[in-house]
Design a protein around this ligand. Sequence first.
Ligand SMILES: [Zn+2]
Length: 375
Amino acid sequence: MLSDLQNLMELQVADKEILRLREEVAALPKRVAVIEEKLAATKAKLEKAKAAAKADEASRKKYESTIQDLQSKISKYRDQSLDVKTNEQYKALMHEIQFAEQDIRANEDKILDLMVNAEARDKDVKAAEAELKAETAEIEKEKAEARERTAEDEKQLAEWGGKRDKLRTGVDPDTLRHYERVMKFRGSGLSEVRDQKCMACRVMLRPQTYNDVRAGNRIIECESCQRILYFNPENEATIERTNYTTTRRARPKLDSQQAWFYHPAYPEIGEAFLAFVNGSTNSTRRVYELHTGRQLGDIVEREGSFRLAFPEDLNGVIRLNGNWDEEEIDGWGAELPMVVLDALTSDLAAARAESRHSSHAAAPEAASTGHPAAS
Ligand SMILES: [Zn+2]
């Protein structure tokens, strides 16, 4: 492999780690700020509870002094009553005394209310104080952790920064510029190629490009995402082994209620995956673009099982393995999930490899019917 490419791969590791560390360092004060905000809210709550208790206390004092005033008024009336001359005057004084006594009772009731309330107020204050104490302890802990983590991160950042600078000098300047430009826009500047696909943007490479990447003699960019492509023989070997050697390709069941096909030239689309699902009286068809897995057009429903309902779609197709719950398929929305797309793509590759193999063996019929005696 080119030394530029080797250095870029190491550089990408360093760049990703630097990015992660920087993000972490930036996120730490934000976490502290969130708790600080909570702390301020609790402080305000405590102040409010304390102010309410203080206001109640003031009201109680006011009522008590009103009662005292009324009591002195009553004793004054009683003194006056000893000197009155007429029955009317006496009655009038008694009336005043009655009024004052009523007033005293009203004030006493208010004091009683406040006393009942005071318990609740006290509880509010104590709860807010406890909350504040817990949060203060928490924030001190968070702050200490954040300081420690930041120091550790800064240390690692310095180390990675040194490695990064060294690696950068080992890459051709034009290549480096390109890598950094793509990295800035897409978060990564390199992409592995596996199974003839750019693993970052999932676009299929042209065979010539694929071969060039595998050879690793020059820098090659993905035509779709512009990332610099590299090939890791270890990963590819695993896929090839799983697909073609160790495991025999499972044969799709003929009578299953769901069937997936590869269509080499679907009208207006080209290469496509088709999914048919039989219902009790109807069947449905979904069409997906081969490379991206995007669903194209609406789900079409017709009467009868799919073999009778969609005969025009079944010419020249390759039957694939695939069976997912219809509800799950609906849940995918407008695009096949990557695992599904990968499963279909590798099953297609396996089916093709198998058909190549069986045509060499010149016994395609025996192979495709899967007669037990033949295997
Ligand atoms: Zn790409």
